[in-house]
Design a binder for this molecule. Structure first.
Ligand code: MEV
Length: 313
């Protein structure tokens, strides 16, 4: 029996602009994970993948190329030079909300690739796992920057620029985030597609917004390196304003963001693709309880508290 896990993730700053070459900062969220277990199956039965939480059950040999979990399994086996799929039952579980900006697809694929590699006796390197998972991300996202598969496969906070190796990133002091789920599913593929359409109609306007987002990401990095939470909060708020200009926020997200700020959060913004999904609030630990209560009262379906730069990273 082999078991592998992978975390959810948040984008601290820089989503969407990262697709267009600007930097972004992302961090894993270990409070919510995907797991993959491999158990030997009857000889000759082939490789089966089941995900009981989402009602998925497939036989690898029969699955089409429109099934990302099958695609990523085949890629992992091919990378290892295995041409005949082993007799395995692979079981997937995840408590990461789907289509909510927390990298649920990347985490499932990462856990799956790691389990396959473990099952085949191969010690998987994060870069290798990330490359394979990127292929399934293209299915979920259309034109992904690669940030989700990278942060999930490395399992540590990263400074990310598309096409470059990630820079692991440790803030001067751990920071605490409240992550609130709006309960509205919003596939990243759709928001990324909408931003691309808007950009192709008016590239100059959107390139300017992406540049401004890029500057907020740099400012966030300086604030994290200096341990300046007040400044980081301001930068997150500025990033939210720019995301609104990209039209990827929504009234529900705005309500949660407003509630967090009113209850004492230092800054708050959507995280991931937007429109629905999750928002994040930077919160001093002394006011974490009132901020979480305010988020729940404002309609959050679930609130998770995590630290970036703490011992769990
Ligand atoms: C999704 O977590 C982040 C986006 O920037 C998409 C991407 O980078 O692929 C919205």
């Amino acid at each position: 029996m082999f078991l592998a896990t992978a975390p959810g993730k948040v984008i601290l700053v820089g989503e969407h602009a990262v697709v267009y070459g600007r930097p972004a900062i992302a961090a894993p969220v270990w409070q919510t994970v995907a797991t993959a277990t491999i158990a030997p199956a009857a000889p000759g039965s082939g490789c089966h993948i089941i995900a009981p939480d989402v009602g998925l059950a497939l036989r690898l040999a029969d699955a089409g190329d429109d099934e990302p979990l099958a695609v990523v399994t085949r890629l992992a086996l091919a990378r290892l030079g295995i041409t005949r799929a082993p007799d395995w039952q692979i079981t997937l579980h995840s408590d990461i909300p789907i289509a909510s900006g927390m990298g649920s697809g990347a985490a499932l694929s990462t856990a799956l690739v790691r389990a396959v590699m473990l099952g085949a006796g191969h010690a998987a390197e994060p870069a290798e796992v990330s490359d394979l998972v990127y292929e399934s991300e293209r299915f979920y996202h259309g034109t992904p920057s690669g940030i989700d598969n990278t942060v999930v496969a490395y399992g540590m906070p990263i400074w990310f620029v598309k096409g470059q190796p990630p820079e692991p990133f440790v803030p001067a002091h751990p920071i605490s985030l409240a992550i609130a789920d709006s309960g509205i599913r919003s596939p990243t593929k759709e928001t990324v597609g909408d931003v691309r359409r808007a950009w192709s109609e008016d590239p100059a306007r959107y390139e300017d917004i992406f540049d401004e987002i890029g500057r907020t990401v740099l400012a966030a990095r300086h604030a994290l390196e200096a341990g300046d939470s007040l400044e980081l909060g301001r930068v997150m708020d500025a990033n939210q304003t720019l995301l609104e200009r990209l039209d990827v926020s929504s009234p529900v997200l705005a309500t949660l963001i407003g509630a967090a700020r009113k209850a004492g959060a230092l800054g708050a913004k959507l995280s991931g693709g937007g429109r629905g999904g999750n928002m994040i609030a930077l919160v001093d630990d002394r006011v974490m309880r009132p901020v979480c209560d305010a988020l729940a009262a404002a309609g959050a379906r679930r609130v998770i508290v995590t630290q970036i730069g703490g011992t769990q990273d």
